[in-house]
Design a protein around this ligand. Structure first.
Ligand SMILES: [Zn+2]
Length: 298
């Protein structure tokens, strides 16, 4: 099954909902960053939550950046998504593996920690970014997105994100759902949805069982209760290039660039988001220094 996200509303107009299968997306992240189980789950859950958050905004061309740092062993997690199903991200410490928790699951809460914030920046093209942050609820990521949406954006929501890591570190399944409560929702309807979510198996189990994103939403709301609006392919995609890094280098102070030229005879840069490496030789660095001088970066 290919990775995609489905958007839906309930026929009674009380809820908006999203679900995504992201196995290949999280597989690419795992391979690019060589993450171990707890890091894979923490980064994967953040990528899944971020791509759903980006798809849930109504403005076109709005990008979403999520930063999570709970002072746990994995360190900071950063994910970045545009509104076209592209998401990229990295984790400070990719090599974290922890004993399973009491429920025989990867202990993401412990890996991420709970002494810190989830910070979300939204930037529409040509507008100043809006940033909101709230304390982490549990470090389990799904709870943290839920708490952020309720507290910072005043959207009552339920977010579930899940990653299953095989014994050989490959990704067995990854995906999630995001449910938003609309203003017309009744307390009874909300309670019913909460009950169904509580009784639902883990998302990764459903995906391992070849259930689709549509099937997951039908488990929450019941068959025939949804209008499926649109599906969006999702992928781990980084838009970095040598040109882009060249422009970043042009913004550095000239003395720093001259040291790179004299002492290192060039520079190697690595993209945080996808681990792509770019080399700038002496001649290329010389051109960059010319531009930096012309722009007056002393
Ligand atoms: Zn990159």
């Amino acid at each position: 099954m290919d990775d995609y996200l489905v958007k839906a509303t309930t026929t009674d107009g009380m809820f908006r909902a999203y679900a995504v299968n992201a196995k290949q997306l999280v597989t690419t992240a795992q391979q690019d960053h060589d993450t171990w189980s707890a890091s894979s789950a923490a980064l994967g859950r953040t990528l899944v939550g971020t791509v759903m958050l980006a798809e849930s905004v109504e403005k076109n061309g709005e990008a979403v950046t999520v930063k999570i740092n709970g002072q746990g062993p994995v360190g900071q997690i950063v994910a970045d998504s545009d509104s076209n199903g592209h998401v990229k991200g990295y984790i400070q410490n990719p090599h974290v593996h922890l004993p399973l928790n009491a429920h025989h699951k990867i202990d993401v809460g412990k890996a991420v920690g709970v002494n810190g914030l989830i910070e979300v920046s939204r930037a529409a093209e040509g507008e100043d970014p809006y940033t909101g942050s709230v304390p982490l609820a549990s470090g389990e990521i799904g709870d943290d997105f839920t708490y952020y949406l309720a507290q910072s954006e005043q959207i009552p929501s339920a977010v579930g994100v899940s990653v299953f890591v095989n014994d050989d570190n490959t990704i067995g399944a990854a995906g999630g759902y995001l449910v938003q409560v609309l203003p017309d929702a009744t307390d009874d309807a909300i309670n019913q949805v909460i009950e169904r979510i509580k009784q639902m198996p883990m998302i990764s189990e459903l995906l391992l069982d070849n259930q689709s994103p549509e099937d997951i939403l039908e488990l929450i709301f019941g068959k025939g209760q949804l209008h499926f609006l649109e599906t969006v392919p999702v992928e781990f995609f980084c838009n970095c290039s040598k040109n882009r890094f060249g422009r970043d280098l042009e913004g550095l102070p000239v003395p720093q660039l001259e040291t790179m030229l004299k002492e290192d005879k060039g520079i190697d840069v690595t993209c945080n988001f996808c681990e792509s490496k770019y080399h700038f030789n002496e001649e290329e660095l010389g051109k960059i220094i010319k531009v930096a001088k012309a722009e007056g970066h002393h």
